[in-house]
Design a protein around this ligand. Structure first.
Ligand code: GEK
Length: 244
């Protein structure tokens, strides 16, 4: 992936508009997400390892909110099950267009991939063995989240897995401050200035709505999942598995 440096919020902006996954973001996305999400590389490679275990023959693996397809490529490199393909979905046309080019360069395996430019709500989930929402649910309006998880549950085969990664909120103020401050230290250590951190924070305020771990666990349970386990956490970034 071309790793152009993210400097979108480096200069003072007169007006901070809501963050969106437009062409400007797409151009710097790999750099932005690596420098912003602690453990991103570990998450991507480990999701590939889990997909290799949970993918089933004659099934689909879904990467919902795939961006440039990092999860898709990681799963593709590891899946060996017969007649198993990957359906990768994003509603940003700029993401899908660049993702298409990156996928064309990937000679790691023969696993078929369908890249779909669509809203997650409009995509049917069926015959699924692995569904990944890697930092995507947080961008879906809160009141629509349960319905989406219920549809995923319905579309999963028995033994199928949902991998859900999210930025967390914490009810306890001291705990929340610890994680937020630690995350900002992480970003500073990756070269982001205080101005960049604060302008990006404002741009995301109405767009990325984090919830507590308990809220996620309750919703997963309500959607029908029996086994729910947090398998990764670094500061306020967490990943869970939920198995049908
Ligand atoms: C990765 N998973 O690299 N329908 C489809 N796509 C959506 C929707 C929606 N309703 N809402 C948001 N998106 C990726 C990272 S980024 C997370 C995921 C981040 C898409 C949006 O266009 C963006 O590409 C992605 O979800 C979220 O592992 O940047 O913090």
């Amino acid at each position: 992936m071309a790793n152009k440096e993210d400097a979108i919020y480096a200069s003072p902006l007169d007006e901070i508009i809501d963050f969106s996954f437009d062409e400007k973001v797409v151009n710097v996305f790999p750099d932005m997400i690596q420098r912003s999400v602690p453990g991103y590389g570990t998450l991507i490679s480990t999701i590939g390892i889990m997909a290799a275990r949970y993918a089933q023959a004659d099934s689909h693996c879904y990467d919902l909110g795939c961006s440039l397809g990092a999860v898709t490529l990681s799963m593709r490199q590891r899946i060996t099950q017969e007649n198993c393909d990957i359906i990768a979905v994003d509603n940003s046309a700029a993401m899908i267009e660049k993702g298409q080019r990156l996928l064309a360069d990937d000679k790691s395996s023969e696993v078929p991939v369908e890249l779909v430019c669509a809203d997650i709500h409009d995509v049917e989930i069926k015959k699924a063995s692995v569904v990944v929402l890697n930092f995507t649910l947080q961008f879906i309006p809160v009141e629509e989240r349960l319905e989406l998880l219920q549809r995923i549950y319905q579309g999963l085969k028995p033994g199928g897995v949902l991998i859900l990664s999210e930025k967390l909120a914490f009810e306890d103020e001291t705990q929340d401050n610890f994680h937020v401050d630690s995350h900002h230290d992480f970003k500073r250590s990756n070269g982001y200035s205080d101005l960049e951190i604060s302008q990006k924070r404002s741009a995301l305020e109405n767009v990325l709505i984090p919830e507590t771990l308990a809220e996620h666990q309750q919703r997963l349970q309500q959607a029908g999942f029996e086994f729910i386990e947090k398998w990764f956490q670094c500061f306020n970034f967490v990943s869970m598995v939920a198995i049908k």
